[in-house]
Write a protein that binds this ligand. Sequence first.
Ligand code: NAP
Length: 298
Amino acid sequence: MTQTPDPTTDGAPTVALLGTGTMGAGMAANIAAAGLPLRVWNRDRAKAEPLAAAGAQVAGSPAEAVGGADVVVTMLWDAGSVVEVMSAAGPGLRPGAVWLQTSTVGVEGAERLASLATDLGVTYVDAPVLGTKKPAEDGTLVVLASGPEPVRATVAPVLEAIGSRTLWVGEAGAGSRLKLVANAWVVTVVEGIAECLTLADGLGLDPALFLEAVRGGAMDAPYVGLKGRAMLAGDFTPSFSLAGAAKDAGFVVDAARSAGVDLGVLAVVREHLDRAVAAGHGDLDLGATYLAHRGGGA
Ligand code: NAP
């Protein structure tokens, strides 16, 4: 019988990364920079090509990318796109490979993917990440990992390459639940900043005075200066897209409803983000929710 390689004893794991968008491209570059053999695939191949210079092989299909890989990383949009791509990858998967699923897919999505992993014969690690484009490029994401103990050593080199910290939070699915809690915080804070700037303006004040008033005190948070200044400068270069924030706010509200938790503020934030997407701001950064407050359509 042929022994499958044990990456924990036989050297670095071979990695495949599917989805080289805003987040996946930076993650892939860091996996390659860490010296792990890497194959990448993206639906729009042009977004994967630049990774060849970083040492990755660019594959023509998901099945080709995952061929022989010990660890398969997915960084796609939602559970639907992950199902589509992993089903296409299926014929190439090495039995017993570990699937490190890092996209934000919500509670039900994570359950659906766990069941797909069983069908595909791979071990599922549910590992969404905290951090946006820059932390992905810098290799400083915080990974909220959940999954079986025996495969944690196999994925460790990948986690070290993409993040500054990994929190192992329990059985597969717990990571996605914690991710929703964290994103509930992000969308609430950004919406709050947008409303405070709008309120200041409405009360006849220079909105920048709000940022100055809280700066450095207990009411401050790095996000206040970062997103607040960008809102006032009209810089909505996407780091975390408004469409992504709206998607995740939907997951938060759905998960809360299923859990019997009453989240009044987040339900309103979700509606507001949905309206901002409908007004055409979805491809901009989440901070563009400010445009909607300013009469840009929400
Ligand atoms: P993105 O730039 O829009 O990238 C999405 C990726 O998914 C692209 O590679 C895209 O391929 C692919 N994709 C979408 N639908 C597909 C389909 N049906 N079939 C095949 N591929 C498909 O988004 P992102 O910001 O990198 O986010 C990726 C995931 O990370 C999302 O779940 C997001 O919620 C989560 N996340 C984002 C951030 C952030 O700050 N941006 C932070 C943490 C987590 P194409 O290039 O061909 O369109």
